[in-house]
Design a protein around this ligand. Structure first.
Ligand code: SIN
Length: 284
């Protein structure tokens, strides 16, 4: 049975690009079925080429989502000190829903600036798998920016100014927008401003508006001005794909070569997604 299913899955694998910037929809795959090595390699090739993969109309419980994540690496334990699932320490809910007055998820409401997951840690997540359960009628879209293209289209003088430099990435409480102050950061780490993807060998611009605070070795005002330029450059609409969610969508994105943000949505509407990240390597 498993072999037949796998052969059928590999045969029906299809791909449709989502936007000039990045992204592809994978067609003909039901993620409840097992994934063999050949299909896994097909996924990986598509992921490395398109950076963000979308599968629609999936019916995934926690077990199935974690199993899919495990095909690509070790799921990272949620570090917020809160358990979102009794079975899986890697499952996090992203939601604005409150039960008994308490949020059931993390990253609660509204707009969120561009960032990459766990960039404030020594070994940030390489992949994030986000599965949509309840979606507001308007807004709450997730936007993705291509960090390879951001690096490749930088003016030469800026590329030279950032070459070999590191930047401080700091996470402050539950703020969704850049905060001026990061003295109370819960976690922070210095990473290269430009990182090289371990699988593709391509360089990507690894700073982000939400959490990158300062560039090492530059006076503060110069660092602020340069970061502002880099943020504006990497968020240009031509480098971005905006995903409008439907329940049953799952997105798998590569945090080593993309950034993501969230558009605002009404606090009066429910939004619930389930997230699993996969451990990555220390950026170089
Ligand atoms: C995230 O940053 O992992 C969540 C993005 C979203 O809620 O759209």
């Amino acid at each position: 049975m498993a072999t037949t299913t796998l052969r059928m899955q590999a045969d029906s694998f299809g791909l449709r690009p989502l936007a000039p910037a990045l992204g592809a929809e994978i067609l003909g795959i039901d993620l409840r079925d097992p994934i063999d090595d050949a299909l896994k390699q097909t996924f990986l090739d598509a992921w490395h080429r398109h950076l963000v993969l979308l599968l629609r109309n999936q019916t995934l419980d926690e077990d199935a989502q974690v199993r899919f994540a495990e095909s690509f690496g070790v799921p990272a334990k949620v570090t917020s000190g809160r358990a979102f699932s009794v079975k899986h320490p890697s499952v996090m809910l992203v939601s604005n829903i409150r039960e008994d007055g308490k949020p059931i998820g993390a990253l609660p409401d509204g707009e969120m600036h561009f960032h990459t997951d766990q960039c404030h840690q020594e070994t940030p997540a390489k992949a994030t798998l986000l599965y949509a359960i309840e979606i507001p009628s308007k807004g709450g879209n997730t936007l993705f920016a291509n960090a390879y293209a951001a690096y490749e289209t930088l003016p030469e003088d800026i590329r030279q100014r950032i070459a070999g430099r590191r930047a401080l990435n700091a996470y402050t409480s539950d703020t969704m927008l850049r905060s001026a102050n990061y003295d109370d950061a819960k976690s922070s780490y210095w990473h290269p401003v430009v990182r090289t993807h371990p699988a593709t060998g391509r360089k990507a611009l690894y700073v982000n508006r939400l959490m990158t605070r300062e560039i090492e070795g530059l006076p503060r005002d110069e660092s602020d001005a340069l970061l502002q330029k880099l943020f504006d450059h990497q968020e240009q609409p031509k480098l971005v794909y905006e995903h409008v969610w439907r329940p049953g969508d799952i997105l798998m994105w590569d945090n080593r070569c993309t950034l993501h943000a969230r558009s605002d949505f009404s606090a009066g509407e429910r939004r619930l997604l389930r997230r699993v990240t996969i451990l990555g390597e220390k950026p170089v």
